[in-house]
Write a new protein. Structure first.
Length: 260
């Protein structure tokens, strides 16, 4: 083979190697770019889907502080008596809203986490909630209160263990805040221990903290409208609560707007 041919062949192989090297380099750069984009996309997606960027320890502390409850503050949870094993949690949709959700929680032992048993739509005061309720302001009192006495126009449902005053005096007459009929509202009631004497009929008129705060705040049958301060749930839900609440479990109600 002539020197000219050998030189040409050598130049051809050199060009091919250089081209191949450039191609490999381009592929490597492309792969690196794709990897970088995918990585960035993954990081962005992770940031988008992460609902809580706090350290796991902080999240665990909050879960422990709330004891399995939602829609309440640590301050409210701390007010629930340690010995209580039954809780009715009424969470208002807003501070000035008359719509709420009532939920029954139980726990197997004092200090254990709460477990949701049942929940129902509820109505509260026409003007929402107040931590300093006054008579006639059409708000429901915000706070944690014991549940110790019940009664109603109808006989007590089977299984009722709270003291129950079956009386014809539980008659709701007239109309509600929005003009709705109040008939049947007091078929079943559970007294909320706000400005009242425990161990007495829900009809007891005495207001230990004075009449200015109002009183006779009850859980009762919903009349399809806001209340003057009570909490209304369905007749079936009231019968269910009466059949479940046990004085030995120290039942309480925690009630207020979401986050209270």
């Amino acid at each position: 083979m002539s020197k000219r041919l050998r030189a040409g062949s050598l130049r051809s192989r050199t060009v091919k190697r250089a081209g191949a090297g450039a191609a490999l380099g381009l592929l490597a750069c492309t792969a690196a770019w794709v990897h970088a984009v995918d990585g960035a996309s993954g990081a962005t997606e992770a940031r988008t889907h992460r609902s809580d960027d706090r350290p796991p320890v902080a999240q665990a502390r909050e879960r422990n502080a709330l004891q399995g409850l939602s829609g309440v503050s640590e301050r409210t949870v701390a007010r629930i008596p340690a010995e209580s094993r039954q809780l009715v949690l009424v969470t208002g949709h807003g501070r000035s809203s008359s719509h709420a959700t009532a939920a029954l929680y139980t726990r197997p032992a004092p200090g254990a986490d709460w477990v949701l048993a049942e929940s129902w739509p509820a109505r509260n005061g026409a003007n929402g909630w107040s931590a300093d309720r006054r008579y006639g302001d059409l708000t429901s009192p915000e706070g944690v209160f014991s549940l110790s006495d019940a009664g109603g126009l109808l006989p007590k449902p089977p299984g009722t263990r709270l003291p129950y005053d079956h009386s014809r005096a539980f008659v709701a007459s007239g109309h509600g805040v929005e003009g709705e009929s109040l008939e049947g509202s007091f078929d079943y009631v559970i007294a909320i221990d706000f400005n009242r004497r425990r161990g007495m009929s829900p009809l007891d008129p005495v207001k230990p903290e004075g009449r200015a705060k109002g009183g006779n705040i009850w859980l009762h049958v919903d009349h399809d409208g806001p209340s003057q301060g009570c909490v209304g749930i369905s007749k079936e839900a009231m019968a269910r609560l009466l059949a479940v609440l046990d004085p030995a479990a120290k039942p309480v109600i925690a009630m207020g707007p979401r986050g209270f």
